[in-house]
Design a protein around this ligand. Structure first.
Ligand code: HAM
Length: 427
């Protein structure tokens, strides 16, 4: 019978790779904790309507990429394609937003039916950070500072560029959209089916068209910058000044629009050229209208999300994961010959108690010295403790040896009772 395979674009993360993930997760947890952000967890499944109303009906994510289905009750549900919508839904449903400030983070799998390639998957993972109830730009800068700190901790700051743009307020965008529709109507005959549809429902999405003919038709189109209000310009100017004062380098990119409809004012992406085509590692911005759009009270909001797989690829290819994070086993305990069956487990337990930060494996399953020591090497441990039975099979007569694995094969015979203290000299 043919073996079943994982779904295309959905990856298994195997033990070797999961060490990089754990390293990344612990760095992220440390940084968000230092900035006073608290974790929120919300379901992978939500009503499809939630994503339609937040990300936007006329976006690639909602039109083409969601995993949606009717459940057994006939409710139309979707696997979350991103975290902001669910985070807002959960925070508002539980009364965390009204008249309050919140700094929240989340992590977990997201689902988009995109064409898989390096750095782009159908199940992928995000670290997300969302801040509510603050007007900015101080909070916007704090969010960027937090991301920059993470890049520094991971030692990849030099490979990332921050791109920022001001896309104006919701009202500015509406005025611009009307003007753009009028312009597109005058070029109607040069638009494809997609653009002809979108020019009424979401004219700004026509700007993202990959069709060269549509791009040609866009020549001379009105520009958003001309519609951006004074207030929004000031917010953005202040944001840039603060970034400069804090030494966070950025590049302005007037073409940066983001693929989700809920943004206003400042938007940004951190990009890298170490990953090929999928160079966006982190994206976000303000979304002051979203809470009200989903039925809550008007609430100021801003946040970003990081693509975990893309960071993992970066860390691995740049060899930025510290060696100790890749070696979960420090000591391997061998039991050779007729050692009492529980002795290895007991010795390992004592070592764990004395050195709780170390990974200690007690060999199970018997076998000769040669095969056990091979497993000790393969485990990546730097030390082996060899328990070898003496003549009469009595624990008291067990020979105990501490052996260094790796370049040096230094070893020392010790008394069983001295093992936990003597081993300190090898650590
Ligand atoms: P996004 O730009 O759609 O924004 O996704 C954020 C990050 O997730 C991207 O920069 C990328 O690294 C990663 N990503 C997106 N799609 C894929 C994929 N198919 N495979 C692998 N990685 C992917 C959002 O999702 C917003 N919710 C961000 C946000 C939070 N805005 C405000 N708060």
């Amino acid at each position: 019978m043919a073996k079943l395979q994982a779904i295309r674009g959905m990856n298994d993360i195997l033990p070797g790779q999961s060490l990089t993930w754990q390293y990344l997760e612990s760095c992220f947890h440390r940084v968000v904790q230092r900035y006073g952000y608290q974790e929120i967890r919300f379901p992978v499944l939500e009503q499809t309507q939630l994503f339609k109303r937040s990300i936007g009906e006329v976006t690639d994510i909602v039109e083409k990429e969601m995993y949606s289905f009717d459940d057994r009750n006939g409710d139309n549900l979707s696997m979350r394609p991103e975290g902001t919508a669910g985070c807002v839904r959960a925070a508002d449903q539980h009364g965390l937003l009204y008249n309050q400030q919140q700094r929240l983070w989340y992590a977990g799998p997201m689902f988009r039916h995109e064409r898989p390639q390096k750095g782009r998957y159908r199940q992928f993972h995000q670290f997300g950070v969302e801040a509510f109830g603050m007007a900015g730009p101080d909070i916007d800068v704090e969010l960027l500072q937090l991301a920059a700190q993470l890049w520094q901790e991971l030692d990849i700051a030099e490979f990332l560029t921050l791109e920022i743009n001001n896309i104006g307020s919701a009202a500015d965008r509406k005025a611009y959209g009307a003007e753009l529709t009028a312009f597109l109507e005058s070029r109607k005959e040069n638009l494809d089916e997609d653009a002809s549809k979108r020019m009424y429902s979401n004219p700004m999405r026509v700007l993202d068209s990959k069709n060269p003919q549509v791009q040609e038709a866009l020549e001379g189109a009105p520009e958003l910058a001309a519609f951006v209000s004074q207030e929004s310009i000031e917010h953005y100017a202040m944001l840039r000044a603060m970034l400069t004062e804090l030494g966070i380098a950025f590049r302005e990119n007037a073409r940066l629009v983001r693929g989700l409809d809920y943004y206003n004012n400042c938007v940004y992406e951190w990009t890298t050229d170490t990953l090929g085509a999928q160079g966006a590692v982190c994206g976000g911005g303000r979304y002051d209208g979203l809470v009200a759009q989903l039925g809550g009270k008007p609430t100021l909001a801003a946040g970003f999300a990081i693509g975990v797989e893309r960071l993992v690829l970066m860390l691995d290819s740049l060899e930025k994961v510290p060696a100790e994070a890749l070696h979960p086993v420090d000591i391997y305990v061998l039991s050779v010959g007729k050692v009492a069956p529980s002795l290895g487990l007991q010795v390992a337990a004592e070592l764990r108690q004395k050195y709780p930060q170390l990974g200690i494996v007690s060999h199970c399953g018997g076998g000769k010295y040669n095969s056990q020591i091979k497993k000790a090497f393969n485990s990546g441990a730097s030390l082996a403790v060899v328990l070898e039975a003496g003549q009469d099979g009595d624990n008291a007569a067990v020979d105990v040896k501490i052996r260094r694995l790796g370049d040096s094969d230094e070893s020392r015979d010790v008394a069983l009772t001295d093992l936990t203290t003597q081993i300190a000299e090898f650590l």
